[in-house]
Structure formats: C-alpha cells, structure tokens
Design a protein around this ligand. Structure first.
Ligand SMILES: *[C@@H]1O[C@H](CO)[C@@H](O)[C@H](O)[C@H]1NC(C)=O
Ligand SMILES: *[C@@H]1O[C@H](CO)[C@@H](O)[C@H](O)[C@H]1NC(C)=O
Length: 190
C-alpha cells in the first residue's frame, strides 16, 4: 500500500512539472541529450511574434555604432552598423506582452538597394521557450513585402535548430525610422 502511495505521488509530481522545467542545461545535461540524439525525433515548431525596432525617442532599442566615410553620400546608407536589443511581443501594439528580445547587429550591407545583413539572436524570456535562443543570419531587403532569413542554430529547446524566419513590416515611420515587423518562424530542432 505504501509503495503504491509513493508511486502515485511520483506520478502526480512528474505531471505537475511543466515540460520546460525538464530542460536541463550544463555540460552533463547536454552530453546526455547528445547521446540520445541518434534515437531522437526531429520536431517542427512554428513561432509568431512582432519585432519592435525603436531608433528614435528617449529610449531607443537600436543604436547606430558606426558608419563609413561614404555612408552620407550613399543612397542606401551603405556602411551603417547598428546594435539592437529589440523587444519581441505577442501582438503588434507597443504595450503588447513581451516574450523575448532580438539582440544583435544589423548592417547596411547593400550598395544597390536598402538591404541589411541581420546577425542576431532571438532570446526567449517567456513561456515554453523561456531560456532558449535561435540564431538568425540573413539578408533583409527591408522594402520587400516578405523577407526570408535563415535560422542557423539555436540553444535550449532549439538545440541544432535550422529553419526560416519570414519578416513582413506592419508599420514603419519614414521620419523616425521606427518599425514594427511581423515574424513567422518555422524551425526544425531536436
Ligand atoms: C524565465 O526563466 C527564468 C530563468 O529560469 C526565470 O527566472 C523567469 O521567471 C522565467 N520567466 C517567465 C516569465 O516564466
Ligand atoms: C513619425 O516620427 C516623427 C519623428 O519622430 C513623429 O514626429 C511622428 O509623429 C511619427 N508619426 C507617427 C504616425 O507616429
């Protein structure tokens, strides 16, 4: 009877722990995960969020850190390097719930049209992806309706991730250069 009771309690305890808390970090945990990899099934996750790039105002989330001697004459702002820590939210509104940040760098890397080199990490801070990251490295011609950027890796839940992020601008202020961009991310991971 006592044995049965203990088993029953263990079942309840295991059920009460959300899946994310089961994600262990550190070298031992990663080694264990790695050893199970040959039997592991690849998962497909779809994420949807809004990216808020605030260049202007008192609290910008993206700042220009460098430009070249020719940037001021270049119609495409060629040579600008900016660092961003942009909030990622559930909805397009500025006060929408934050689920993570896009931290990294974008550069004006095109002479012909406005085209950015995006190198940043999506750092999730809420919900099932809290503590996990995805790394984006891609070409972002910001005036195209849809842009596709490769997901080249990830951590936590997204270990060994690869996938595609699509970006679509939902709002852009030409004067302040502030923008809100809708992101849909499709990612394979283990
Ligand atoms: C996300 O995870 C961190 C670290 O484990 C924790 O401190 C924080 O409360 C979590 N945030 C949410 C919103 O669950
Ligand atoms: C666009 O930005 C400018 C300059 O910061 C500001 O004066 C204007 O109100 C903004 N427009 C909208 C629609 O928010």
């Amino acid at each position: 009877m006592a044995k049965l009771c203990i088993i029953f309690m263990l079942v309840i305890l295991t059920a009460a722990v959300p899946a994310t808390e089961g994600l262990k970090k550190g070298p031992k945990a990663v080694e264990k995960w790695f050893k199970k990899l040959p039997q592991a099934k690849e998962k497909l996750s779809k994420l949807h969020f809004y990216f808020h790039d605030a260049v202007s105002g008192k609290n910008p989330t993206a700042v220009k850190v460098a430009e070249s001697k020719i940037t001021s004459q270049a119609p495409t702002f060629f040579g600008i390097v900016s660092i961003a820590d942009d909030p990622l939210t559930v909805g397009p509104e500025s006060d929408s719930k934050i689920i993570g940040r896009a931290q990294g760098m974008y550069c004006m890397a095109s002479l012909e049209e406005l085209g950015l080199l995006m190198t940043f990490n999506l750092v999730f801070t809420d919900g099932e992806y809290n503590g996990s990251t995805l790394s984006v490295l891609g070409h972002n011609p910001i005036f195209h309706e849809y842009r596709e950027m490769p997901i080249v890796g990830g951590s936590g839940i997204f270990r060994l991730a690869r996938g595609i992020a699509t970006a679509k601008t939902v709002w852009h202020n030409f004067t302040s250069k502030d923008a809100v961009v809708e992101y849909t991310v499709m990612v394979l991971h283990y």
